[in-house]
Design a protein around this ligand. Sequence first.
Ligand SMILES: [Fe+2]
Length: 209
Amino acid sequence: MTDMNHTYNARTEIRPKALAGISENLIAQHWALYEGYVRNVNILREKLDALSAKGDFGPEFAELNRRLGFEFNGMALHERYFAVLKADSAPLSEGAELMKQLKKRFGGFDAWKKEFTAMGKMRGVGWVVLYYDPSADVLTNHWITMHEEGNPAGCVPVVTMDVWEHAYILDQGAAGRGNYIEAFFKNVDWAKVERDFKAAAGQSASAAR
Ligand SMILES: [Fe+2]
């Protein structure tokens, strides 16, 4: 079956509510930005499909394809960010598979968090993502510039943190990125992160067999 007219929809089921240290107003404004990425992915896809159908592969086709990388990753990264933010989240349990992998790769949760936080404070807008590389069965932190530069191909995002200024400036002010990162950690739904990680690691194990 073909799906030549596929469109994306904002995933309302993942919209966070009643977080600690991240206001409802900020989430509402941030969510509206996310909806803009979804809308633009659909617009770009439609325009690109129309050009492709006409056989027009000139400069407009090239530039819209470049733009698609920004808009698509803007959509996809925000979905992974919102999906793991939940009120009243419990810490990652000592027996979690992810905890074992964090110990193996970083020496422990706190050592990983220290590096992840330091990367989150890097100047400039972007994202910090804890990725799992199924090809090597290893965790790595990556900085993503804007939305489209730095995503490691083939890796699975495990913890995704937005550090664009719109993610915190309304609540924390321009110098408040550190406070925001602490608030982010208070709201990470570690039970979901662990489920996602185990699913990714399980696929890696079955691929290796
Ligand atoms: Fe954002």
